[in-house]
Design a protein around this ligand. Structure first.
Ligand code: NAP
Ligand code: GDD
Length: 320
């Protein structure tokens, strides 16, 4: 039986990946930070099936201990300060967790000395102000946020350790992906939660920032599958994972409000300067031809279907 260690187990992707690996017969270890109140909203259903281990990406020794406890064949490094907007408020902490955290895990694995396959959660934020549209594995990077810069450091470290120490390290350069388990601070979930509240009469508007930026949005359960696929290859390689279609925040609003029978949302959305960013990425769009050809991976869930599932889930949660 294979053993996998997932950092960021309680996050959106961590929980979906654990679901997937359990169906494949893995013994799954999930790393979480110690906190006064555990946030297992996404992972409550995994208690008893996943072994939760305490560790922090800012603490080298804790990573060494976690590796000893889990003795993994595969490590998926999904832990991060992952909210782009917050990275301008806490650039140093973001660099520490999101950038240095990856280096610490690579060092811990190197010292551990056994053959461990390593997955790094790289991101389309590294393409930032895209110099080529759609972006592929050869497109130059131009990050636009402290988060994007930290992720780029982690990305290059992953590659550098692969080349320096012959480690099986891969980076999945994933474009935006969402699900019913998305954190409430991200625009998609903020919208679906807001739409549900308006539909149920709890609120009368949603406050948002830039409505014109465009993102290439896929569905998280589809995307975690390619993380696993990348570690099953004979040779370690990086892959771009995307749908190839971009939608604006306005498009997302159209579909989300439509799910509750509202065609014109203009009276329900207020633009608020507080949610504007010091540097914005106007558009992100990816070309995942390489993943299709080598991993036989393609996105299965359409944009409209994903938005509709998120709205339904939020209406259900608030109606309970
Ligand atoms: P998420 O829901 O924000 O989950 C991130 C997880 O990291 C959380 O469980 C968090 O734990 C954990 N974490 C934060 N600081 C940590 C620390 N110091 N030590 C250990 N763990 C820590 O993110 P996600 O959307 O699932 O994304 C998963 C990964 O993919 C992230 O690295 C993200 O940057 C990257 N990524 C995401 C997307 C996307 O569109 N979702 C696209 C490309 C790449 P707490 O619960 O304790 O806060
Ligand atoms: N969060 C948020 N809140 N974003 C808003 C809002 C708002 O009220 N109003 C408009 N936006 C715009 C942002 O300015 C941005 O252009 C877009 O919505 C998406 O913002 P987020 O949902 O916060 O996601 P992100 O694209 O910045 O980052 C996500 O995707 C990256 C991959 O490209 C995160 O999951 C990152 O961790 C991930 O790496």
């Amino acid at each position: 039986m294979k053993r996998a260690l997932i950092t960021g187990i309680n996050g959106m992707d961590g929980s979906h990946l654990a679901d997937l690996l359990l169906t494949k017969g893995y013994e799954v270890y999930g790393m979480e930070r110690r906190s006064s109140s555990k946030n297992r909203t996404n992972t409550g259903h995994l208690e008893g099936r996943v072994t939760f281990v305490n560790g922090d990406l800012t603490d080298q020794n804790s990573l060494v201990r976690v590796l000893r406890e889990s003795d993994p064949d595969e490590v998926y490094n999904l832990g991060a300060q992952s909210f782009v907007g917050e990275s301008w408020n806490t650039p140093e902490q973001t660099g520490d967790v999101t950038g240095m955290g990856c280096l610490r895990m690579l060092e811990a694995i190197r010292e551990y000395g056994k053959d461990v396959k390593f997955y790094q959660a790289s991101t389309s934020e590294m393409f930032g102000k895209m110099v080529e549209n759609p972006a592929n594995e050869n497109t130059p990077f131009y990050p636009r946020s402290p988060y994007g810069v930290a992720k780029l450091y982690a990305h290059w470290m992953t590659k550098n350790y692969r080349e320096s120490y012959d480690m099986f390290n891969v980076s999945g350069i994933l474009f935006n992906h969402e699900s019913e388990r998305r954190g409430i601070e991200f625009v998609t979930r903020k919208i679906t939660d807001g739409v549900a509240k308006i539909y149920l009469g709890y609120e009368d508007h949603i406050r948002l920032g830039n409505l014109d930026s465009r993102r290439d949005w896929g569905y998280s359960p589809d995307y975690v599958e390619c993380m696993w696929l990348m570690l099953q290859q004979d040779k370690p390689e990086d892959f771009v994972i995307a749908t190839g279609k971009s939608h604006s925040i306005r498009d997302f609003l159209d579909v989300a409000f439509n799910c509750v029978g509202i065609d014109d949302w203009s009276n329900y959305v207020v633009q608020d300067e507080r949610y504007m960013r010091p540097a914005e990425i106007d558009v992100l769009c990816g070309d995942s031809t390489k993943a299709r050809e080598i991993l036989d991976w393609y996105p299965k869930t359409a944009f409209q279907e994903m938005v509709s599932r998120m709205v339904k889930k939020d209406v259900g949660l608030l109606s309970d």
